[in-house]
Design a protein around this ligand. Sequence first.
Ligand SMILES: C[S@@+](CC[C@H](N)C(=O)[O-])C[C@H]1O[C@@H](n2cnc3c(N)ncnc32)[C@H](O)[C@@H]1O
Length: 180
Amino acid sequence: MDINFSPEAFTITHLHRCPNLVIKSDTPKGRGVFASAPIPAKTIIDVCPVLVLGLEENKEHIEKSSLYHYTYNWPIPISSPSPSSSSPSPSGPHSPKTETHQALILGLGSMFNHSTHSQNVVWERDIVRQIVTYRALRDIAEGEELCISYGSHLTFKDVDAPSVNVVDEDINQLNQIQLD
Ligand SMILES: C[S@@+](CC[C@H](N)C(=O)[O-])C[C@H]1O[C@@H](n2cnc3c(N)ncnc32)[C@H](O)[C@@H]1O
């Protein structure tokens, strides 16, 4: 049977993965992605498909499993309220409303560790295609770890963080992971 690969027949997402990468195990952050050769700024590191989770399955199953540490916020556009609704949107009348789901990022996306001060990889979500593209933020030297930012609410103790006395409030902040 012939399959029609013309652009009109499918939504095509072109994939790229930078070849200059290795995974190192047993680092202080667990496994991590490292450069096996220099990577110039703006290089596409990986294009990763995502698995968007339902709110219920995330709460009932994923949050209770080790997959919890591999999920990231994923905004889903929701339909706007009826024009007769009297309550204005807090972010303005024309802002699209979203519902925050969680998504499991496939490919290398789930292997990038967090760095607050040495982040060298940025990511971009494509909500419609359900893709995250990772790019080098600057030139990355051979041997350097490739790190993204998970944001400020971490679920673990950041091994890169300067050693200060952690107060209770800081510990409370370690209870949620999010990318933005
Ligand atoms: C998405 S996974 C990253 C891959 C993971 N290191 C592995 O071995 O599968 C997120 C987990 O990596 C670890 N991690 C990431 N960044 C870290 C950091 N800065 N300090 C300590 N642990 C980190 C934490 O255990 C976190 O829950």
